[in-house]
Write a protein that binds this ligand. Structure first.
Ligand code: HEC
Ligand code: HEC
Length: 495
């Protein structure tokens, strides 16, 4: 290389190295929040997030190193005692984060951070026991990435869950781990207070929908603790009764790989994703502040869920200094990590069957909604019985048809909007439990026309107490010949 060119190259390198500091969006920007959420499907109902003045008085979380939780067979002897001898180690230091890679690595720590912990000697046997009983295998290295241990002071070893990884990490049957994918999590691990009155109040805080005349969650007012446990135990792996959905209408855990390309978040499209700031807002609203996220502090037509379960005076928010959350920098790192996620190598390669399946996909009109290359049009469809308000009717994002699936999640929960979004079909080869409540364990079941019959026994979720259940709607691909169906499924497994 001639010397002059070399000097220019070196100067260019200098410019690259001296990147401006990362501009971190403000998470709780009142104006951005006000326009980020879609409205409930009932006229007059409203959701008002807690104001920024409150949010920024809550405590920023200090992050300690996350140590692994081992399965009972692989835990090294004396593991917890050794951890008790270690000094606390802080992991998140914004001033050390220079490159994108630094931010992504720091974001991974946030993703794995257990925000709900208790003494390790008590919580580990408890959580591990649930995973073992429900047949969730540990990862190949003998750990459970859904759980984590922190040492906030020498001698204090805490273990727990409710990290993003708890629900958004998939362990395949061979023990391989897919970070960000639909988690293999039993709902029962999420637990609830064991005393009857508290158990009921807790369910009402998570799921009450104040604008409904007849709210399905009112059923818990007469249920016993055992009955509530039984409802949770009947929910299949990969589906959870997320707060704001319903104990009786749980929701499929979505795959976060590729989430950057999605215009709307949640099956109901509740939250817009216009930029990385909206993903940070989604994370703060939905997680990071036990028992859930800051949406529990929002005012739902006069009902503020957190006020019904916090220890403070009635009808007041908990004192902000008692509430912990992630900092803006931590959420920014988390969002960058989520945007960096990539799928595992797909083992399904081209074959004559797959080529035939691609043709079936086109002939059946699937690309109209599951449009390549994202395999979603990023549009919203109408739930049965929903008429969009006039202000929505001009939106190009709204497809004025209904695919006819069960309307309850979007008509009768706090996450409801009246819409269901068109999900991306990418990654269907490594996940399971299809449909917004995960009624069908496999693609074969999703495309089985018998699922429309009243005597059908779903392989995934069915309403509590039902022996049989018709998995309604989404009639596409149901009247294919055996060969075409097999070809279509083979093609979908390449995406
Ligand atoms: C208790 C389980 C659980 C935990 C913990 C959890 N999530 Fe989720 N997450 C879900 C479920 C279930 C949904 C689907 C909700 C819906 O569609 O209504 C979801 C939806 C999402 C979505 C929307 C994706 C899409 O395509 O619609 C994002 C983004 C997300 N979660 C990020 C996070 C992050 C970041 C964290 C940690 C700060 C986190 N989640 C913690 C269960 C969980
Ligand atoms: C009119 C729009 C539309 C058309 C056409 C359509 N889909 Fe869908 N698809 C949807 C919507 C909306 C959902 C989510 C429904 C729900 O869960 O309530 C969905 C869900 C799915 C799912 C489940 C995904 C998951 O993660 O749970 C699969 C698989 C699927 N579609 C495949 C297909 C195939 C293959 C075709 C063509 C034979 C097709 N779809 C045609 C709109 C459409």
């Amino acid at each position: 290389m001639p010397p002059r060119f070399c000097a220019i190259a070196a100067a260019a390198l200098c410019i690259v190295v001296r990147l401006p500091a990362q501009r971190i969006p403000k998470t709780w920007d009142d104006a951005a929040l006000a326009t980020s959420q879609l409205k409930p499907p009932i006229a007059g109902a409203s959701i008002k997030p807690v104001p920024a003045s409150y949010y920024y008085k809550t405590k920023e979380r200090v992050l300690y190193r996350v140590h692994p939780v081992y399965s009972s067979k692989t835990e090294p002897p004396g593991y917890l005692d050794k951890l008790a001898q270690t000094e606390p180690e802080l992991t998140f230091n914004e001033s050390n984060l220079k490159t994108d890679q630094d931010w992504i690595a720091a974001g991974r720590e946030v993703f794995r951070y257990p925000v709900n912990t208790g003494p390790a000697s008590e919580t580990i046997p408890l959580f591990r026991g649930v995973l073992e009983r429900c047949g969730v295998p540990p990862a190949k290295d003998g750990t459970y990435p859904q759980l984590g241990i922190i040492v906030p002071r020498k001698g204090v070893v805490l273990a727990g869950f409710l990290s993003c990884a708890t629900c958004h990490t998939r362990i395949q049957p061979d023990g391989s781990v897919i970070e960000g994918a639909q988690g293999s999590l039993p709902d029962t691990i999420l637990g609830f207070p064991p005393e009857l009155e508290k158990a009921r109040t807790f369910q009402l805080a998570l799921y009450r929908v104040p604008w409904l005349k007849s709210d399905p969650i009112n059923r818990v007012r007469t249920m016993s603790v055992e009955e509530i446990s039984a409802v949770k135990a009947a929910i299949p792996l990969g589906v959870v009764a997320r707060h704001g959905s319903s104990l009786f209408t749980p929701v499929q855990i979505p795959d976060l790989i590729g989430v950057r390309d999605r215009k709307y978040l949640d099956h109901t499209g509740l939250m817009r994703q216009r930029d990385i700031g909206d993903l940070m807002r989604y994370a703060a609203l939905n997680a990071g502040t036990p028992p859930a996220g800051m949406d529990m502090f929002a005012d739902y037509s006069g009902f503020v869920p957190i006020e019904t379960i916090s220890d403070g005076a009635e009808n007041t928010l908990p004192a902000p200094e008692t509430v912990e959350r992630f900092s803006d920098a931590q959420l920014y790192a988390l969002a960058k990590f989520i945007y960096s996620l990539t799928p595992p190598a797909n083992p399904n390669h081209s074959s004559p069957l797959i080529q035939r399946g691609e043709k079936v996909f086109a002939q059946e009109g699937c690309p109209r909604c599951h449009t390549p290359p994202l395999y979603t049009s990023n549009r919203l469809t109408l739930a049965i019985g929903f008429t969009p308000p006039p202000e929505d009717s001009r939106s190009p994002d709204i497809l004025r048809i209904s695919v006819g699936t069960d309307p309850d999640l979007t008509m009768k929960t706090r996450r409801g909007t009246g819409y269901y979004k068109v999900p991306s079909l990418k990654g269907v080869w490594y996940r399971g439990m299809f449909g917004h409540s995960g009624w069908c364990a496999t693609l074969e079941d999703w495309f089985d026309p018998r699922r429309l019959r009243n005597d059908y026994v779903p392989t995934g979720f069915k309403p509590f107490g039902a022996r049989t259940y018709a998995v309604r709607g989404h009639p596409f691909g149901l009247d294919l010949s055996r060969e075409d169906r097999a070809a279509l499924i083979a093609f979908l497994k390449t995406l």
